[in-house]
Design a binder for this molecule. Structure first.
Ligand code: FAD
Length: 482
């Protein structure tokens, strides 16, 4: 008999969270911690969403999205998760750039960038300081007509090398471009500049295991391999979710699935205003990625001077197009030394990431898809050779992921790595106004994505759900089907 992954689940909960990405997990954790009955549904066989990893025989573990996040993660994890998790967040010290315009190593914080911009790029201190202040002073509600490109041009006219230094890592970090609103860039850039780049020591598997334990401690009912099929709403009020053919009631539903999947696959269109749907339809998706995962032979090692994160490019100038195109000229190499997983056998692993377009990978016949993946791996090994000499001889395992892989494992349309473009935020925030009790907490825009953005968005939405539940219990609205 097929296993029933919902055995023992109740017929109704206070809240159902659809999706176990960092946003969904955080939201579920906070609501569980407040004493609400929470059901967490994850379609995949493990939690984490894009914060994930995979294992291969011989002790090889590859992280998908553990490349770097801002220091704010420490505070968020301490407050909304545990001290144990917060205490495992550690800085990366060696961020390298290597491109035809410059090669340098930095700690990627304001002090070091100021030094570099003045000493190396020969800029006036006043211009550098005022750029940092302008970026730091940016807020959500600021004017959105100024683009990132406009911002750079006003501070550093004609300086493509400076733009490259300031922009390339953020483009890699969240797919943003020179055409995006400057505020989105300013907030993310300033977050990184405050103290540099951090990662989780213990690996993504260690983090998600700890999160899972904390969720259970807070009473969250976690169900993996449970894809929500439909969000049920009547009269613009959420009633529950259909999962594996079974209806489960809830007073509130939080969707951590992508914004488009939430509105166009899970929800009945009749439940929202046509104008809202139209606005949602015009929200652009962010790009996707390709990755190449490489493990060194157990007896091989890489010197730590190679760097932690290396932004490498052979493109003569910085262009969004050249970051996305199929002829890859730019790669971000993440080097994982044994300290990434202090309790595991000492292994050196490298992950190369490149922004990519879904259209370049979808619809290919199997043999052509396999051929392109092979080319991706081969050209990546060639590029790596410059930093890890004789890479081919020293590496024992190589495999690749494409936008199709990301789509397959998360259900995100077009395998988007960072949800939607900035305009998705307004639509995401507007969901509860359309259907009472329904919320979205998944990657949208540049700020509400990435590990920190997703966690913080989960917190914001948990507070809103909490307010709804409290208000309802004050006015004695009966719990749906409870
Ligand atoms: C290659 C790559 C590299 C990245 N690198 C970094 C990095 O270095 N630093 C950083 O901060 N961020 C990085 N990110 C981005 C970061 O991983 C994501 O922004 C973040 O993890 C997204 O969290 P989320 O809460 O939006 O949910 P997601 O991680 O998108 O998860 C959504 C979850 O919902 C589940 N789901 C969807 N539909 C259903 C359904 N119907 N029923 C049940 N479950 C469902 C999915 O299976 C998934 O588990 C990277 C992303 C990629 C792809």
């Amino acid at each position: 008999m097929p296993r029933d992954f919902l055995t023992g689940a109740r017929d109704a909960y206070d809240v159902i969270v659809i999706g176990g990405g960092l946003g969904g997990l955080t939201c579920a954790n906070l609501l569980g911690r407040s004493g609400h009955r929470v059901l967490l549904l994850e379609q995949h066989y493990k939690l984490g969403g894009l914060a994930t990893w995979f294992k291969r025989p011989g002790g090889r573990i590859f992280d998908i999205s553990l490349h770097g996040f801002p220091v704010g993660m420490i505070k968020s994890c301490r407050r909304y998760w545990t001290s144990e998790i917060a205490d495992s967040i550690v800085p990366l010290r060696r961020i390298r750039f290597d491109n035809p315009m410059f090669s340098l190593t930095t700690t990627f914080d304001r002090v070091d960038f100021t030094r570099l911009l003045i000493d190396r790029f020969r800029l006036e201190r006043a211009a550098v300081e005022s750029f940092f202040e302008r970026a730091r002073g940016m807020r959500f509600y600021d004017d959105q007509s100024t683009t990132v490109g406009d911002l750079f041009e006003s501070f550093f006219p004609g300086r493509e090398d400076v733009v490259r230094l300031l922009m390339e890592p953020i483009t890699y970090a969240n797919g943003s471009t020179l055409e995006d609103p400057a505020i989105a860039y300013g907030i993310v850039f300033s977050n990184f500049m405050s103290k540099g780049v951090y990662i989780y020591e213990g690996g993504t598997d260690g983090l998600i295991a700890r999160m899972g334990r904390e969720l259970r401690r807070n009473g969250v009912d976690i169900r993996i391999r449970c894809p929500a099929e439909r969000i049920v709403a009547e009269g613009r009020r959420v009633r529950g979710v259909v999962v594996r053919g079974r209806f489960i009631g809830a007073r509130a539903v939080v969707s951590n699935a992508s914004l488009h999947a939430t509105l166009f696959r899970l929800l009945d269109r009749q439940q929202v205003d046509p104008a809202f749907l139209e606005e949602a339809e015009s929200v652009r998706l962010n790009n996707s990625s390709t990755q190449v995962y490489m493990a060194l032979k157990p007896e091989e090692s890489i010197d730590e001077s190679t760097g932690d994160l290396l932004f490498s490019s052979t493109a003569r100038s910085f262009r969004t197009e050249s970051l996305l195109g199929r002829d890859i000229t730019s790669r971000t190499f993440s080097f994982y030394y044994p300290r990434t997983r202090p309790h595991a056998p000492p292994r050196h692993v490298i992950v190369s990431s490149t922004n990519a377009r879904y259209e370049d990978w979808v619809g290919l016949p199997d043999d052509e898809y396999a051929r392109r993946k092979r080319i991706l791996m081969e050209t990546t090994l060639d590029a790596l050779d410059r930093y890890v000499p004789r890479a081919r001889d020293r590496i024992e395992h190589v495999e690749a992921a494409t936008p199709r892989t990301f789509e397959r494992y998360t259900g995100h349309p077009s395998g988007t790595s960072f949800g939607t473009k900035f305009e998705g935020l307004k639509v995401s925030r507007g969901v509860p106004e359309q259907v009472r009790g329904l919320y979205h907490a998944g990657s949208v825009g540049i700020i509400m994505s990435g590990w920190l953005g997703a966690i913080n968005y989960g917190v914001i939405v948990a507070n809103e759900v909490e307010n709804q539940l409290m208000a309802e219990s004050r006015t004695r609205v009966p719990a749906n089907d409870a």
